[in-house]
Design a protein around this ligand. Structure first.
Ligand code: FAD
Length: 784
């Protein structure tokens, strides 16, 4: 059933004529579309690193039509497509943040432009904007790019017509995204109405002969000046509070219950859609069902499930009406062609931008009984002088998808016999997707096997829009219903629990929903680009000329419902398999007859801010538990060499806070670190062991590290010296490693330390820390 909302019409109101025209244009009568020249327009600009901001922007542009609007979509770096200097329609910015708070590559130019000091404070006086910032609170400088753009727009006189949304990928973008987009349409119409009446007043003032325009009461009036930045001080997102009008929240659910349809009847109001979103008006598909059914879908048999799982839900969700996202419009035509011989392409497709370097050494740093396996790789980069790096830099490793998973996926799609066929991907002529184009990472003239191996991230967690599209390709009604639940607003918690938190892949999902048979084109449309994995350099060129070291843990994903056996991380598992034959284990001598050394494709990612102070007299503190110690090994190797070359210079104190589980199992770089202490390169080494709790070990730990369990405890134990270095000696503090827990705990501990040492309140301490960050004296390089 299609739910189409009919906008109310009011006599004699010029400003709503467009609404009526658009309503008519939405009705396809005898295949004739009414002309719709007067649809109001707005502009959508995005800056996107991994494609999320782009797909949200595209979704908004697609949905515009059903709200009687025309969206002009453009990437921020395509400035030939838009002109903000003259823009008189509302502008929506959707921007993500990357790295250490940097703008995405395709927004860099724009950010640089608006930061120009020569721009006057009324440069954007005419501009009305709304902004959605995407970020991840696990990382430093949450939503920094969005905040920077917002700050500059306001400094340049632009007016905000709708509160900024800060969507947090750390907890799920949809928490903020859904209500933000639901409220957006009303806000755009309000802004258009206000802008039109402002113009009318202006024109009337100028000409004095226009008939009076009455604002239309059916168009929500959104105040342009009352919305402010409501981001939490500590970088948390504003959650659903972006739209204060509670009608939005209740509106969607009441519309759902008022328009229930049977499961088999599910149709969104429009074929246009956006990922992971329930549309508020016109785009809501409402679904209801009766009691939960059997997981096998056997006709007439009703088993009440005892526990919810990936494939099975419990009341109230199983009985609830659902708001599902609109169906994403298909946009690719994919065909497979049998060819005699495919040109032999092996390895990554963008080889020109990569260096193929041999691995010259591989060592396991942890003992066999350690919980995590940490490995050190040395690469021989001597043939690539342009790969000269500084400690603090990282580099990308390009890895393929696992051959067995690619084969399984081909089988699951019934395409195993066409694995060597050539894939032709083109744009569908009739696609309704706005701004659709063939993704740049899909090369032409490659085999299906190659496409799945090197181009698409087949391990990526399917987004809700993908699940929504899978519904259409699922035969069994129970499985269909469960997929609807997982992509619905009501099933958000189940989606997080059973799909997102388990990092489920499309292959695992298809195994759990056997009646789902998506076409190849759907996978190509929804699977993102296979991303390279970055690693921090764990060496200095001064100590190891022509060599680059890095250290990593082999990531392990445990078994769960939907994944019968655990699996390793894609890149770390691949590297582990690759180097296994040449691996040197702790305490074992290197074999003299080493087998052939494998090569890997890498590229450098310079990090200009995560650098040891250029002035050697500046004291600095390093916090790097586990593999987070990697860049600090580089810092210390560099410092040791500098000290040897220039012993007369003044060197500031250096502190390293390291932590691991057990002194004897996973104390990485122990000998090297103790050597740095002996040579005077490292002034203070503070190590803690979180799981050494037998008495003897605890004693050892206590002797060297006070009573600390985690790095932050050791920071607290040395609070006075640390705050002294930071607040009185102009020193720096670096944090590297796990983003999810450690970096937050360290941040909170630093706030506590500043509170105590300076005798200030929480807010003041947070401001002090933010100041250090701003001055680039508190730097993070975190991941996870
Ligand atoms: P995937 O198959 O991609 O699975 C990733 C999943 O594992 C994600 O859900 C993520 O939450 C989780 N995960 C990511 N990293 C870890 C981790 N280290 N431990 C446990 N779970 C994890 N990693 C290092 O080990 N050493 C480094 O020096 C290092 N430097 C980095 C520098 C930068 C700038 C960045 C952004 C990341 C860095 N990482 C480092 C992380 C690294 O890029 C990979 O994410 C990690 O090795 C997992 O890759 P994978 O393909 O094996 O896992």
């Amino acid at each position: 059933m299609v739910v189409l909302r009919v906008p109310a019409l009011h006599n004699g109101v010029k400003t709503v004529l467009w609404q009526f025209t658009c309503y008519l244009s939405n009705l396809v009568l005898c295949n004739i579309r009414m002309p719709c020249e007067v649809k109001p327009r707005f502009v959508v600009l995005y800056g996107s690193q991994k494609g999320q901001a782009q797909s949200i922007a595209e979704g908004i542009a697609e949905e515009a039509e059903e709200h009687g609007l025309v969206a002009e979509l453009s990437c921020l770096n395509q400035n030939e497509n838009y002109n903000l200097e003259k823009e008189n329609a509302p502008v929506i910015f959707i921007v993500s943040t990357t790295g250490d708070g940097e703008p995405p590559d395709n927004a860099l130019q724009f950010v640089k432009h608006i930061k120009k000091k020569t721009l006057s404070t009324d440069h954007y006086k005419h501009l009305c904007y709304a902004l959605l910032a995407l970020g991840d609170t696990n990382y430093a400088n949450f939503c920094n790019c969005g905040k920077t753009i917002e700050r500059r727009l306001q400094e340049l006189g632009a007016k905000q017509f709708y509160a900024t949304g800060y969507a947090d990928d750390g907890v799920g973008l949809e928490v903020v995204l859904d209500p933000w987009i639901e409220g957006l349409w009303k806000a755009i119409k309000g802004a258009l109405s206000k802008m039109a009446s402002d113009r009318a007043v202006h024109v009337k003032g100028d000409a004095g002969d226009l008939t009076e325009e009455t604002p239309d009461s059916s168009i929500p009036v959104v105040q342009l000046d009352l919305l402010s930045l409501t981001d939490h001080q500590n970088g948390k997102s504003v959650g659903a509070s972006v739209e204060s009008d509670s009608k939005f929240a209740s509106g969607a659910s009441s519309s759902a219950s008022a328009t229930q349809t049977a499961v088999s009847d599910v149709r969104p109001a429009s074929s246009a859609g956006r990922p992971g979103l329930a549309s508020h008006s016109g785009g809501v598909a409402s679904v209801s069902t009766s009691a939960p059914e059997t997981q096998t879908g056997g006709a007439g048999v009703h088993h009440v499930a005892l526990a919810a799982s990936l494939t099975c839900s419990l009341p109230p969700l199983s009985e609830s009406s659902l708001n599902v996202p609109a169906l994403p419009p298909p946009y690719l035509d994919v065909s497979l062609q049998e060819v005699d011989t495919m040109g032999e392409i092996t390895g990554p497709s963008n080889k020109e931008t990569l260096h193929e370097v041999p691995i010259s050494k591989a060592a396991q740093l942890t003992r066999g009984d350690s919980v995590k396996t940490a490995l050190l790789l040395e690469m021989d980069i001597s043939a690539y002088p342009m790969m000269t790096y500084q400690p603090g830099d990282s580099f990308d490793v390009v890895c393929p998808n696992r051959a067995s998973e690619v084969e399984d996926l081909l089988h699951r799609l019934g395409l195993q016999d066409q694995r060597n066929h050539c894939v032709h991907v083109s744009l569908r002529k009739d696609t309704k997707k706005k701004g659709a184009k063939v993704p740049s990472y899909i090369p032409q003239n490659v085999s299906l096997l190659y496409l799945f191996t090197w181009c698409l991230e087949i391990r990526s967690v399917p987004k809700k829009a993908f699940l929504r599209a899978l519904v259409e390709n699922t035969r069994d009604s129970v499985q269909k219903r469960r997929l609807q639940e997982l992509c619905s607003k009501q099933g958000a918690e189940d989606y997080n629990l059973y799909v997102r938190d388990q990092s489920l892949s499309i292959l695992e999902l298809l195994a759990a929903f056997p009646s789902c048979s998506p076409p190849l084109s759907l996978l190509i449309e929804h699977l993102p680009k296979l991303q390279p994995r970055p690693y921090s350099a764990a060496s200095s060129c001064l100590r190891h000329p022509g060599k680059l070291h890095f250290v990593f843990n082999v990531v392990e994903f445990p078994a769960c419902h939907g994944r019968p056996a655990g699996r390793q991380g894609l890149c770390t598992g691949w590297l582990f398999d690759l180097i296994n034959p040449v691996l040197v284990f702790p305490g074992k001598a290197e074999s003299s007859s080493s087998p052939a050394l494998p090569k890997i494709h890498v590229s450098l990612r310079p990090n200009c801010s995560f650098r040891a102070p250029t002035d050697p007299s500046v004291p600095f503190i390093m916090v790097g538990p586990g593999t987070g110690v990697a860049p600090f090994i580089g810092f210390l190797q560099q410092r040791e060499n500098e000290r040897q070359e220039n012993p007369e210079a003044v060197y500031g104190e250096t502190w390293l806070f390291f932590g691991c589980r057990h002194r004897d199992r996973d104390y990485l770089f122990r000998e090297e670190l103790e050597g740095f202490v002996s040579s005077g390169t490292l002034s203070h080494l503070k190590v803690c062991f979180s799981r050494d709790n037998c008495e003897e070990e605890a004693e050892k730990a206590t002797a060297s590290a006070g009573r600390a369990r985690y790095v932050q405890h050791n920071l607290l134990l040395n609070s006075q010296q640390i705050t002294n270095i930071l607040l009185k000696q102009n020193g720096c503090l670096y944090v590297c490693g796990d983003a999810k827990n450690m970096a937050k705990d360290v941040n909170d501990t630093l706030i506590e330390m500043i509170k105590t040492e300076l005798q200030v309140d929480q807010l003041e301490a947070m401001k002090t820390l933010a100041g250090l960050r701003e001055e680039k004296r508190y730097l993070q390089d975190i991941w996870g």
